[in-house]
Design a protein around this ligand. Structure first.
Ligand code: CP
Ligand code: NVA
Length: 307
């Protein structure tokens, strides 16, 4: 694995390896055993958007692996003053051993990987959030066992998280149903690819406007904020439009009785889901957040260990 830009670029075997290593790293940490796989390595972390989980889990993760991180707020580095991604990639490649980037334009993450000579990990773009979804699938695996044949329902905005869920579920052979309002669906190219991929993995992709149809008999139910970073100007309109997609007890009751509830966080109670859902017995959102740490450590090892 050279980079992690999109789950669509991974082999199923890479995903299985990430999960196996994540489980091992989780156990090592719980048992207090040192696991310095990346002794002396440095991770540069470029952020042009806010973050709690991604920043803290990558920083803590590289430290636990024996390495060090450098937090690069785009306003503090020359990228924020117009230096090109291409030059930034070439320069950082001379100093650090890997780059994690959270930014707006997906092509910036791709260009970093193209022009640099070190591994690049996508920590969220407007298009995708692959680290999140690998942690989500790992969490579902912990609760439900083998993923193939399970059904995930995503209710809400067809955003970066939903796009990566399409990539991830279709790759591992999980059925995925997505319900979004008209014009707020997932990226059409990603839907097409997921449909092709699911035909190979023996799963189904269903895209609908009807949340009840999507959630029916789901093993895992997922939602995310209706207003992603960069969409603040559309907030009022979005909150009105998405209200019929709020997950409450009534909507959740159409899923399987033991369905797990996931959310990448940050969550907005009373909007994309009610309090009784996110704080209720089926919610696994904090295990999911914890798993960002373990899964991203596996991703860093698999991309950065060789260099
Ligand atoms: N889920 C997630 O990526 O959270 P942050 O925005 O806090 O990093
Ligand atoms: N879709 C959200 C995810 C935040 C982790 C956003 O892009 O803001």
């Amino acid at each position: 694995m050279d980079h992690l830009i999109s789950i669509a670029k991974l082999d199923l075997m890479d995903i299985e390896k990430i999960f196996k290593l994540s489980k091992k790293l989780k156990n090592l940490l719980k048992n207090g055993e040192k696991h310095h796989y990346l002794d002396g390595k440095t991770l540069g972390m470029i952020f042009t958007k806010s973050s709690t989980r991604t920043r803290v889990s990558f920083e803590t993760g590289i430290y636990q692996l024996g390495g060090k991180s450098i937090f690069l707020n785009s306003n503090d580095i020359q990228l924020g003053r117009g230096e090109t991604i291409c030059d930034t990639a070439k320069v950082l490649s001379r100093y650090v051993d890997g780059i994690m980037i959270r930014t707006y334009k997906h092509s910036d993450a791709e260009d970093l990987a193209r022009y640099g000579s070190i591994p690049v990990i996508n920590g969220l773009t407007d298009l995708l959030h692959p680290c999140q979804v690998l942690a989500d699938l790992f969490t579902i695996y912990e609760y439900k066992g083998p993923l193939k044949g399970l059904k995930l329902a995503y209710i809400g905005d067809g955003n970066n998280v939903a796009n990566s869920l399409l990539n991830g579920c279709s790759k591992v052979g999980m059925d995925i149903s997505i319900a979004s309002p008209e014009r707020y669906g997932c990226n059409p190219r990603i839907i097409d690819n997921a449909k092709k991929q699911s035909a190979q993995s023996g799963s189904k992709v269903v895209i609908t406007k009807d949340p009840v149809e999507a959630i029916r008999d789901a093993d895992a139910v997922y939602t995310d904020t209706w207003v992603s970073m960069g969409q603040e100007d559309e907030k009022e309109k979005r909150l009105r439009l998405f209200m019929p997609y709020r997950i409450d007890s009534k909507l959740f009751s159409y899923a399987k009785d033991n369905a797990v509830f996931l959310h990448c966080l940050p969550a907005y109670r009373g909007f994309e889901m009610t309090e009784e859902i996110i704080d209720g017995p089926n919610s696994v959102v904090f295990d999911e957040a914890e798993n960002r740490l373990h899964v991203q450590k596996a991703i860093m090892i698999m991309t950065m260990e060789r260099g």
